[in-house]
Design a protein around this ligand. Sequence first.
Ligand code: DOR
Length: 430
Amino acid sequence: MRLLIINGRVTDPSQGFDGAADVLIEDGRIKTFTKGERIGVETEQARQARVIDAGGMWVVPGLIDMHTHLREPGFEHKETIKTGALAALRGGFTTVCAMPNTNPVNDNAGITEFILKKSQAEGGASVMPIGAVTKGQKGEELAPLYAMQEAGCVAFSDDGRPVASPIIMRRALEYAKGLDALIISHAEDPSLADSGVMNEGLMSVTLGLRGQPSVAEEVMIYRDIALAELTGGRLHIAHVSTRGGVRVIRQARERGLKVTAETCPHYFTLTEEAVAGYNANAKVNPPLRTAADVLAIKEGLRDGIIDVIATDHAPHGREKRTRHFDEAPAGISGLETALSLCLELLEEGVLTGPELVRKLSLNPAGILRTGGGTLREGAPAELAIVDPSASYVLDAEALISLGKNTPFDGRRMKGRVVMTITGERISEWA
Ligand code: DOR
C-alpha cells in the first residue's frame, strides 16, 4: 500500500526538520521524505498512492507516551488494553508504555508476555510494558528484572506508589545498571505525604482535606538522584509537579548527572483550585499544585530540564463519581486530551513546535531506547496528522477511553488529531 501525504507542515526533530515536505509511505515504512521539495501529484509515485492533502495540517512522528495506565489484567471495567490502545491512537500516540499496577501486578515475565500478546492481537497503538521494580509493588523484594526485560519490559517502576525503602531502591538501581535498564521513580516520600489527598496549603485547610506537601516529592527526587549517582543506574523521574522537584533535577543536571524527567499536561494547565467543590476528577497523585509550581514546570519545560511530556493516563470508573473525595481513586484520563493541552504551550510561547514534538516523541524514544519518534526514510510509518486550528469543547462522555474521568470536561480545546498512521493501518476522524 502506498500513501502520499502532501502540502503539510512536517516537523521531525530527529532530522532537525520543520517545514514544508511531502511524505511517501510504502508497505508501512517511510519511503521518501522530501524536505522542502514537493512530490507532484502528477508523478508516477503519486498516481499509485492514496493521496492525503495535509494542507493547513501539522504532520509529526507518532507520539510516544512513556506513562500510561492500561487496567488489564484485573480492572477491565476501567480500561482494557484494547480501549486504551484505541484511545491512544485518537490522541496521536502510536506507542504507549503500560505501567505495572494491574491485578496481578506486572512483576513477572508471564504478565509481560500476556500484555504484549494481547496488545498485538487487538491492534491500536503499540503497547510496551513497564515492569514492577518490586514483587507485587510491595516495596520489599526485587521483581525478576532480567526475566522481565528479556520478555519485553522497556523500563521498571512501582508507579502508583513509591519504592519507600532506600535500600531496595539502591539495589534496584544497581541491578538495573547491570541490565542497562531504566528505573522510573514515582517520587513521593510516604511519611511526608501522610496519606494526603490534595496539595497541602491554604486550599486543603479551607476544604478540610488532608494535604500532601510538595516537599514529599522534592525529598524523594533528591534521594533517588543521590542513589542514581552512587550506583550509576539510569533514573527517570515521573510526573514532576513541584517547583522544588524541578529545582533538584536542575541542580543534578548542572552537576552533569544524566537523570531525566517528565511532567504531565495537568501540571502545567491546572492548579489546586480545580479541586474546589470537592471535584474528584481533579484528584490526581501527585496532586495539582499552585500557580508558582505551574510556572516552574513551564520553566523546566522551556529550558529542557523536563525532557518529556507524558500523560499519566489513569482511567477510572464509576467509583470516581460515587465516592467522597477522600475515598475516590486518584487519576485523570489523559490520552485524548494531551496534545490539545500541549498546544496551549505553543500559544503561550513556552515551547516551539519542534521542541514540543521532541518532548512527545523523540525524547521518550531516546530515554527508553525503543527507537521510533522519527520520520527518517526506512523507519516504520508511525505518524500523526494534527489540525492545529481546530477548536472544540471537550465532552468527557465522547472519549474513546472507558475512563471518562477528566477535569477538562467542557473546556475549549485547541487542535485535533485527524489521522494516526501505524504501519499499514490508518485511523481517521472527522
Ligand atoms: O493519579 C494517579 N493515578 N497517580 C498514580 O501514580 C497512579 C494512577 C493510577 O493508577 O490511577
